[in-house]
Design a binder for this molecule. Structure first.
Ligand SMILES: [Zn+2]
Length: 487
C-alpha cells in the first residue's frame, strides 16, 4: 500500500461513521370484544376509533445498531419485551440490550400485561405473543429501510398541558383511603376545592425531540417524550391510542403530508408522568365531547414540535451505545395488619353473579366494594410473591443524547433528577419500558401517601426510586463520551 493510500485509510478509520436510520409502524389493534383495561374493572371493546401501533425506529452508526419502539398500550409485561427482543435478535442480529420497548399508557387499549402483574415471567397469551411478533416485524422493517441520515435534538417547553395531580390539602379534608387510613396528599382532588393548598411535586414541561432525516432531505422519524400521564375522554368502549396517536398523525401530516415513501414515522413516548395529568385543579378546562380535549392537547403539542423541528441543527454522525441491567428489588412489604384488612374486605364484600371482576379481585362485587376488593386482591398477590422483582433498566446513548428507562409509572421529579445528574448534555427518561411494575414515587411521596403510593398501585420497596436512579446514572457514566472523543 502506498503511503498516501495508507494515510487515507487511517483517516477513514478515524472519521466518524455516517449514521443510518429507518422507521416503520406495525398495527397492534386487538379484535373487538377484547377487554379494555384502563380502569379498575375491565370492559369489552365495541369500536375502534383509531388503530393501535408499535412504532419502531432503528439507528445504525456503522458499528452498533439500536432500536426504539413505542407501543400504544397501558403497559407491556416484562415477558413481552423479552420475547420481542429475542425475535429481533433472531431476525436482525440487534442484541436485546440495544432495543428499547415502552408503552404509551393509553387507557383505551387491550392488555399486554397478562394475568399476574407481580410475576417476573409469564407464558404469553395470544395477544401478548401477537404484540411481540408485531414489534419484531416493525423493527425488522425499519432495518430494511435503513438509509443515510442526519440527526438533531431539541427540547421545547409545553407547560400548559401538564399539572401535578397530587395535592397537599387542608387538615381534615382528605377522606380515608381504601385501607381506612388518612393520607397527607389527595390525588385528583375536586377542582376548585377550597381545601387545596399546593401540588405535592413539580411538573416537567419539556418535550424531548430526537429527529432523523435523509441528508438535507425528507424526514425519516421523530422520537419524542413528554411527561403527561395520558389525556383520556375516548368514546364508550372505544379502542384508541389516546393523544399519543393523534399527536403522531398530526405531526406526520405536518412533516410529510402523510405521503412519504417510505412513510415518515412520528413517535411519542411517555416521559416521567406518574403524578402528572391534564387537569388544571384551579382553572379547569371546559369539557367538550369525546376526543375533544385529547385532540386539543395532541394538535398543540404537534404544532410546537413541528415548530422546533424548523430550527434544529443537523449532524451526520452520532455514536451509539447501550447498557442494560436488571437489579433485583424487594416488592412493597405487606404486613400482618394489611393482610388482616384484606381478609376482612373479602369477607364483607358481597358477590354478585354478573358484572366485571375488578383488577386483582377474584369475583365481581357491588360498586362500593370495587376499589377495596381490588386492593385486597392486589396486596394478597404482592404478599404471595416468592422471588424479588426483576427491574429492567436501560440507558441508550445517541450522540450527545442519553435516554434512561424505567419499567414504572415514574414520578416527574425522578425524571428531572435524571436530567440533572446524567453526564450527557441532553438526557431524558422514558417510562413503562420493558415491563409494568406499578407507580414509582420517591420515599418522600410514600410518606405523604395518596393513590400512587398505596400498596398495590405502588409495587416496589420504598427506596426503589433511589436505587434505580443510581443504577441508571452509573450506566450513563459508562457510555458517556470520554474527553477527546470524536463525535
Ligand atoms: Zn397510570
Amino acid at each position: 500500500m502506498s503511503s498516501i493510500a495508507l494515510t487515507l485509510s487511517l483517516l477513514l478509520a478515524a472519521a466518524p461513521s455516517p449514521l443510518e436510520a429507518g422507521a416503520a409502524a406495525s398495527n397492534i389493534t386487538p379484535p373487538l370484544g377484547t377487554l379494555i383495561v384502563g380502569g379498575f374493572a375491565p370492559y369489552p371493546s365495541q369500536h375502534v376509533h383509531d388503530e393501535l401501533h408499535a412504532r419502531c425506529l432503528v439507528l445504525d452508526d456503522g458499528e452498533t445498531k439500536i432500536a426504539l419502539v413505542v407501543c400504544d398500550l397501558l403497559g407491556v409485561h416484562r415477558s413481552v419485551s423479552v420475547e420481542a427482543r429475542r425475535l429481533i435478535q433472531e431476525t436482525t442480529g440487534i442484541p436485546p440490550q440495544n432495543v428499547l420497548i415502552s408503552a404509551t399508557h393509553t387507557h383505551s387499549a387491550g392488555t399486554a400485561l397478562g394475568k399476574n402483574r407481580y410475576a417476573n415471567e409469564q407464558t404469553l397469551d395470544d395477544y401478548q405473543q401477537f404484540v411481540a411478533q408485531r414489534i419484531s416485524d416493525g423493527v425488522r422493517r425499519a432495518v430494511n429501510l435503513l438509509r443515510p441520515a442526519e440527526i438533531a435534538f431539541a427540547t421545547v417547553d409545553v407547560p400548559e398541558h401538564v399539572f401535578n395531580r397530587r395535592w397537599l390539602m387542608r387538615k381534615g379534608s382528605v377522606p380515608a383511603n381504601p385501607f381506612g387510613k388518612v393520607d397527607k396528599v389527595k390525588t385528583n382532588p375536586p377542582v376548585r376545592s377550597p381545601d387545596l393548598i399546593e401540588p405535592a411535586g413539580p411538573i416537567d414541561p419539556a418535550v424531548s425531540i430526537l429527529a432523523l432525516r435523509e441528508p438535507g432531505g425528507p424526514p425519516i422519524a421523530v422520537y419524542c417524550a413528554y411527561s403527561l400521564h395520558y389525556v383520556g375522554g375516548s368514546g364508550p368502549a372505544h379502542v384508541s391510542a389516546d393523544y399519543y396517536g393523534i399527536f403522531c398523525e398530526t405531526l406526520e401530516r405536518l412533516q410529510s403530508d402523510g405521503d412519504g415513501d417510505p412513510p415518515f414515522v412520528a413517535m411519542l413516548a411517555n416521559g416521567t408522568s406518574g403524578d402528572i395529568n391534564n387537569i388544571d385543579r384551579l382553572n379547569p378546562q371546559s369539557g367538550g365531547g369525546p376526543y375533544h380535549r385529547m385532540r386539543e392537547v395532541a394538535e398543540d403539542l404537534a404544532a410546537k414540535v413541528n415548530g422546533a423541528l424548523a430550527g434544529m441543527s443537523w449532524q451526520g454522525a452520532a455514536p451509539l451505545a447501550a447498557r442494560f441491567s436488571e437489579p433485583r428489588l424487594a416488592w412493597r412489604e405487606v404486613g400482618p395488619d394489611l393482610m388482616a384488612w384484606a381478609a376482612d374486605v373479602e369477607a364483607r364484600a358481597p358477590r354478585v353473579p354478573d358484572g366485571n371482576i375488578p383488577v386483582g379481585a377474584k369475583w365481581a362485587t357491588t360498586r362500593e366494594f370495587v376499589t377495596p376488593l381490588s386492593y385486597a386482591g392486589r396486596v394478597q398477590s404482592l404478599a404471595e410473591t416468592a422471588e424479588p422483582a426483576f427491574v429492567p433498566l436501560q440507558v441508550l446513548r445517541i450522540g450527545d443524547v442519553c435516554i434512561g428507562t424505567s419499567p414504572c409509572e415514574t414520578f416527574a421529579e425522578i425524571g428531572l433528577e435524571f436530567k440533572r445528574r446524567s453526564p450527557l448534555p441532553h438526557s431524558f427518561m422514558v417510562s413503562l419500558a420493558h415491563g409494568y411494575i406499578g407507580y414509582l414515587p420517591t420515599p418522600r411521596h410514600i410518606e405523604l401517601g395518596g393513590y400512587e403510593t398505596w400498596p398495590g398501585t405502588n409495587y416496589l420497596e420504598p427506596q426503589a426510586s433511589e436505587k434505580m436512579l443510581d443504577a441508571l446514572i452509573q450506566m450513563a457514566a459508562e457510555i458517556a463520551p470520554h474527553p477527546g472523543e470524536k463525535k
